[in-house]
Design a protein around this ligand. Structure first.
Ligand SMILES: [Zn+2]
Length: 372
C-alpha cells in the first residue's frame, strides 16, 4: 500500500490510519488521505484525532502533517478528518486549470508556463506576449461548454516511455512511472495533483482579467463558488452605484464621467473665487490678517508691500509671509520654537505651519516683525 491513499480514494473525507513517525513538526502516518502540497495545489488541512493540522507537505520520502504532535506515539491508531471545503475547492480549481490549459493549447495553440491556485483566483501564465480579450472570452465559453458536457476525468499509471508516446502538451518532468490525468476528449497531462471525477463538478469558470508578467500574459480565472461570489459582489456594487447615481447599469459610465467633469469645473470655479477673495482681502491693506481662503490663493497675486496671512486648516494653522526684506523672515525663524512654527521659502514668499493654540501670540509677533 502506498502512503498517498488520496490517489486511491480522492473523495474520502475521513480515514483510519496509524502513526508511522512523530517529529518536531508533526505526524507521518502509514497511509494518508491528506494531499501534500505540490503541483500548484496547496496541502490539505484538517484534524487527526481531533488535533488540527494546518498543512500537509512532502518531507524527504514521506508526507508530513504539520501540527503539534506531542500527544501522539508511533503505532497509535488515528482517525484523520479533512477540511473538505478547502480540499474540494482546490480539486475543482485544479481540474479547471487543466481544462483551461488544455483548451488554450488545443483550440488556440497557447501554451502554459506556470500556474497558481490561490484562495480567490486561479492564474495561468501563458507563453504569449499578447492575447486579444476576445480570445480569452472564447476560452471562457469553451471551458463552460466542456463543464456542461461533463467529461470524465481519470488517471493512467504509465511507464515513462508509454507516457511520452501519448504526446502531451508539456514534457514530463518526473523520472520513472508517470501518473497521467486525462480529461476525456479534452486534455491529458502528467500530474500528481487531485482532481474532480468529472468536469461538471467544476460548476463554472469565469474569466477575471489578464496582466503582463515577465513579458507574458498571465490570465486570471475564478471557479465554482468563487466565480459566483464575485458575480454577486459585482452585482451588489452596481446596484448600489445605480441607486446613488440614479442611473441604470447602462448609464453608469457616462454618469460617472459627467460627475467627474462637473467636479473639475467646480474645482476651477472654486480656485477662481478663492483668488478673488484673496485679492479683496489684500486690498484692505492689513499687515497681518486671518484669511478666509487657503493660502495657496495668494501665491500668484503681486503686491509690493509686506504682509502675513494666517489660515486655520482644520486643527492646524498655516502661515504665509510676503516680504522683500529677508531680515523679517530671519527674525521670524528665530522665534519658531516660541510659536510652534516650521516652514521656509525663498523671498519674497515664505510659508509653513504653526501651533493653533499660539494664534494670538503668532499674530502679535508677525505684526511687530513686519512693522519693524
Ligand atoms: Zn493536476
Amino acid at each position: 500500500m502506498r502512503e498517498q491513499h488520496y490517489y486511491e480514494e480522492p473523495y474520502l473525507r475521513e480515514y483510519d490510519s496509524r502513526v508511522a513517525e512523530v517529529t518536531e513538526k508533526g505526524l507521518v502516518l502509514e497511509t494518508t488521505i491528506a494531499y501534500a502540497e505540490g503541483g500548484g495545489q496547496p496541502g490539505d488541512r484538517g484534524c487527526i484525532n481531533g488535533v488540527p493540522f494546518t498543512n500537509t507537505i512532502h518531507e524527504g520520502e514521506h508526507i508530513l502533517h504539520l501540527m503539534d504532535a506531542s500527544s501522539f506515539s508511533k503505532g497509535d491508531e488515528v482517525r484523520i478528518v479533512l477540511d473538505w471545503k478547502h480540499r474540494y475547492e482546490y480539486m475543482q480549481q485544479h481540474t479547471a486549470q487543466h481544462l483551461l490549459s488544455g483548451l488554450m493549447f488545443s483550440k488556440f495553440g497557447i501554451g502554459t508556463l506556470a500556474v497558481h491556485q490561490g484562495e480567490d483566483i486561479l492564474t495561468i501564465e501563458t507563453d504569449r506576449e499578447d492575447i486579444p480579450e476576445e480570445t480569452l472570452y472564447q476560452i471562457e465559453d469553451e471551458a463552460n461548454r466542456a463543464i456542461c458536457e461533463n467529461h470524465r476525468v481519470y488517471y493512467l499509471e504509465l511507464s515513462h516511455t508509454a507516457a511520452e508516446a501519448l504526446g502531451m502538451r508539456r514534457s514530463i518532468k518526473v523520472e520513472g512511472d508517470v501518473r497521467v490525468v486525462v480529461i476525456e476528449d479534452v486534455d491529458r497531462i502528467a500530474c500528481g495533483g487531485i482532481h474532480t471525477g468529472t468536469t461538471g463538478e467544476i460548476g463554472e469558470i469565469s474569466y477575471a482579467g489578464a496582466e503582463q508578467i515577465r513579458g507574458h500574459v498571465r490570465t486570471i480565472w475564478r471557479t465554482a463558488d468563487r466565480a459566483r461570489n464575485e458575480r454577486r459582489a459585482n452585482a451588489q456594487t452596481i446596484k448600489e452605484l445605480s441607486k446613488q447615481l440614479s442611473s441604470p447599469r447602462e448609464g453608469l459610465v457616462s454618469s460617472v464621467s459627467a460627475l467627474s467633469e462637473q467636479i473639475s469645473n467646480l474645482k476651477y470655479q472654486l480656485v477662481r473665487m478663492e483668488k478673488s477673495i484673496a485679492e479683496s482681502t489684500l486690498a484692505k491693506g492689513e499687515k497681518v490678517f486671518l484669511s478666509a481662503v487657503p493660502l495657496s490663493s495668494y501665491q500668484d497675486i503681486t503686491v509690493d508691500r509686506s504682509y502675513a496671512a494666517l489660515y486655520q486648516n482644520g486643527d492646524k494653522l498655516n502661515w504665509l509671509v510676503r516680504t522683500e526684506n529677508p531680515e523679517v523672515f530671519r527674525n521670524f525663524r528665530a522665534h519658531f520654537a516660541q510659536v510652534g512654527a516650521k516652514g521656509g521659502g525663498r523671498g519674497p514668499l515664505y510659508q509653513g505651519s504653526a501651533s493653533l493654540e499660539k494664534l494670538d501670540e503668532l499674530r502679535n509677533l508677525l505684526g511687530e516683525l513686519i512693522d519693524g
